[in-house]
Design a protein around this ligand. Structure first.
Ligand SMILES: [Fe+2]
Length: 158
């Protein structure tokens, strides 16, 4: 009986293109971070924060969906096992990152139904900065993988 082990590979050119095209995601992250630095909050700013989180959640879902549809693929034969392990680990990180952002968006939404609570907003700000750091690290590691996959395809790898 033949056993086929599927591994995760990347299509470096598509994955790079998706990253290059995602200006809106970068802008939304920048605006959300700036908004969360506010020293004091009024109801209209809270509405704007909830709106930003909603748009950011949609953009992140689209970003990860595009990456998973066109940037990653299942491969029956692994030509570069050291790259495949990292590809699998990075792809599986998408779910956790998206879930973390959804929780932040829900917490911000919850503030709309009561008095503006500065303590909760400070916590949301701290958790957002933590989320953004993990996301940027994820993006950097995917970019490194893209460069190594290009290098490998050009015959520089093993
Ligand atoms: Fe990714």
């Amino acid at each position: 009986m033949a056993l086929v082990t599927h591994t995760v590979s990347i299509n470096a050119a598509f994955l790079q293109e998706i990253k290059d095209d995602h200006h809106e995601l970068r802008q939304l992250m920048h605006h959300t971070a700036a908004m969360l630095k506010r020293p004091d909050w009024m109801r209209p700013e809270l509405d704007r924060l909830v709106e930003l989180f909603g748009k950011l959640r949609d953009q992140l879902a689209m970003h990860f969906s595009l990456e998973e549809a066109f940037g990653y693929f299942e491969d029956a034969v692994s030509v570069a096992p050291h790259l495949c392990k990292r590809a699998e680990s990075l792809r599986s990180q998408h779910f956790q990152l998206y879930s973390d952002l959804c929780r932040l968006a829900e917490r911000a939404e919850g503030l709309l139904y009561g008095p503006v609570d500065d303590t909760v907003l400070i916590e949301i700000g701290d958790d957002y900065r933590q989320f953004a750091a993990v996301f940027h690290d994820h993006e950097s590691r995917e970019s490194e993988l893209i460069q190594e996959a290009f290098h490998h395809d050009l015959g520089g790898g093993d």
